[in-house]
Design a protein around this ligand. Sequence first.
Ligand SMILES: C[S@@+](CC[C@H](N)C(=O)[O-])C[C@H]1O[C@@H](n2cnc3c(N)ncnc32)[C@H](O)[C@@H]1O
Length: 272
Amino acid sequence: MHGTTESAAPRHAISFPPVEPETVRAEQWTFDLMEDGVRTSIRAHDYPEIFRRPGLYEQLFHERLRCASPRTARDALLSELRDHGADIHALRVLDLGAGNGMVGELLTAARVVGLDISEAARDACVRDRPHAYDAYYVADMTDPGEDLLKQLDQWGLDALVCVSALGFGDIPVAAFVNAYNVVADGAWVVFNVKETFVADDDRTGFARLVSGIMGSGALRVHRMERYRHRYSIDGEPLFYYLFVGRKVHDLPLDPGWGGHAAGGAFPGRTLP
Ligand SMILES: C[S@@+](CC[C@H](N)C(=O)[O-])C[C@H]1O[C@@H](n2cnc3c(N)ncnc32)[C@H](O)[C@@H]1O
């Protein structure tokens, strides 16, 4: 079930009503969609509403706002695999926050399992990219339950990717920790976060997550890259950090763990 699906999706009439800069920064903006003469206002992170319209996610985030993250994550992982003589064909990847399959589709040389909290995301993936995943689970990784953990365990997962899904009311720290603990020690781990999420004064818990992952030695970081994730609706470039590393050991489940690593929340340097 692997391959790329050519999109025959309809074009959508998208417009952005004016909003305060703070609303844009907090990703609380909405956009307007004209459909058959009717204007609907949709929140930027209302994925069920977005995914149920074929091609809307791609047109909004990828064409209009130039999101580069799926390809950046894929390229970084491939480059690290090459440098370490590892073969993508042998990998079994968990794609956390899989959405409509844009990341899975780029990794189809591996066996890839998608997981998302949203039924609409899975439906959109089946509709638009039926070949992206070997399996797709709809679940909230904040509270996965024994059954799901057993099923995931059977895949022998040795890679975790989580692209553009941490923060902004999407995947919380606890869900990421649970997914991290599902993949094997030695697994490749790829994730991105907004640059402000790794700042000392971050209040979302992701600074603690990032510094805790590194400070606890749970991840050996191979690559840490600041890059342009996409543009904001105001035309400002939004920078994210992409991390690629290998899992050393599980993370503690208590989201309060870790604190800040020595030297501050964020090491601010490229690690070996
Ligand atoms: C911006 S989309 C990213 C989709 C995909 N990774 C990509 O790069 O195109 C974020 C996804 O995270 C999912 N999500 C939010 N909270 C989640 C949770 N607790 N567990 C699993 N997925 C979640 C949303 O449903 C949405 O599909």
